[in-house]
Structures are given as C-alpha cells and as structure tokens.
Design a binder for this molecule. Structure first.
Ligand code: GRF
Length: 207
C-alpha cells in the first residue's frame, strides 16, 4: 500500500513541522511529506523544509484579492495532491471549498483545551495570556479536524498541561508546545495508519 502524502501548512517557526519531519525520518509516522505551503515568505519553517529537500510553495495574501489567494492555495494543494493536510501554526483562514474537498483530511493543532480559549483572535501567545488572566488551572493542546469554523472541528486528541504558579505566557507556551508536538505527531501517525474514524462530531481513535 502506498505511503500517504502529507502537506504541511505553516506561517511561522515551524517547530510542529519539524516534529513531523523528525517523526517521518524515525519511521514513527509512515508517510511522506510531499510539500510545505506557507502564507509567509519569511517563515523560518521554510528553511526547515528546504533542509530536508521538501518542496515549498509560498502563497502570500498581500497583493492578492481573497479570491486570488484562495484559488492560488487550492491550486498549490491540488498539485501536491495530499491525502492529509496538516495546519501547523498556519494563521490564515482556509476557504470553504478547500475544507469541503479535504473533509476530515485537514488536521489542526491548537494550544489550548478546545472549546476553551479558542476561536477568532486566539492564536500564539494570546491564547496563553487569556488562560493566565482568567486564572485557569489547566490548559493543554488539542488536535482536531478542520471545518468551516475557527477551531470548531471534531476533536481528535487532547492532553492537559498544569498551569504553574508564576507561569508567564512564554513559560506556559513552552510546555504546551512540547505537548502539541506529541499529540500532533501521534494524530498524524494514527491517521496515516487509518486508525481514526469520524462520525459527525465524534472521532474514534484506535490507539
Ligand atoms: C503553535 O503554538 C501552534 O499551536 C499554533 O501556532 C504555533 C505554531 O508553532 N497553531 P510552530 O510554528 O509550529 O513552532
């Protein structure tokens, strides 16, 4: 059976991309990363992909209409022909027709326990700032399939992270990022082994 084809979409540092690259190289994820798609030409994650000889495509929003941006993304994805798309810190909205075309084949990682501290405006350090200002005792990371909403798709995997006395947004982010790497690579691994089934909002994972 052929290896599943993965495209990873990034906007920034790409530590989640790196975790997937490393997991493929170690044989933990049995798949091939056929492309990286970024909406930022200066994303450090691009250099991570280039180091591994992974094809990179940049589609920046600047200078394009919404429609041009969306069709450029759709075309780039079509050329990569992925079985799975992974949003690893991708900070642009994925257009509805792309979500429909790849229904339950787009996985996102979010640095909180959805449905808490997620949705429009909750990204990067803002998530952890909100957790600390609320005084929550538990945060964590979530992987989910992407639907038309912001962080609203069916949950695949979650893992909690204790909020510690004296935590700053940065110290909390650091601990949660490690958990993101863990559950994102595990979610991708199990997807590639056809061990994830979705019915409605319910996701059954055969671990
Ligand atoms: C992570 O915090 C992730 O949860 C969020 O964006 C950040 C991406 O980090 N979606 P990296 O670019 O993968 O290092």
């Amino acid at each position: 059976m052929r290896l599943k084809r993965i495209v990873v979409m990034i906007s920034g540092g790409g530590s989640n991309l790196q975790a997937i690259i490393d997991s493929v190289k170690q044989g933990y994820i049995k798949a091939e990363i056929v492309g990286v798609l970024s909406n930022k030409s200066n994303a450090f994650g691009i250099s991570r992909a280039e180091k591994e000889g992974i094809p990179v495509k940049v589609v920046e929003k600047e200078g394009l209409t919404e429609e041009e941006f969306n069709s450029a993304n759709a075309l780039a994805l079509e050329k990569f022909a992925p079985d799975l798309i992974v949003l690893a810190g991708y900070l642009s909205i994925i257009e509805g027709s792309i979500i429909q075309k790849y229904k339950n084949r787009i996985i996102n990682v979010h640095p909180s326990l959805i449905p808490a501290f997620c949705g429009m405006g909750y990204y990067g350090l803002r998530v952890h700032e909100a957790v600390l200002s609320y005084g929550a005792k538990l945060s964590g990371a979530t992987t989910h399939f992407v639907d038309e909403g912001a962080d609203t798709g069916p949950v695949i995997m979650q893992k909690p992270v204790q909020v510690l006395n004296g935590d700053t947004p940065e110290s909390l982010q650091k601990r949660i990022l490690e958990v993101e790497h863990e559950i994102l690579t595990k979610s991708v691994k199990l997807f590639c082994e056809d061990k994830i089934r979705v019915s409605g909002r319910k996701v059954v994972v055969d671990e």
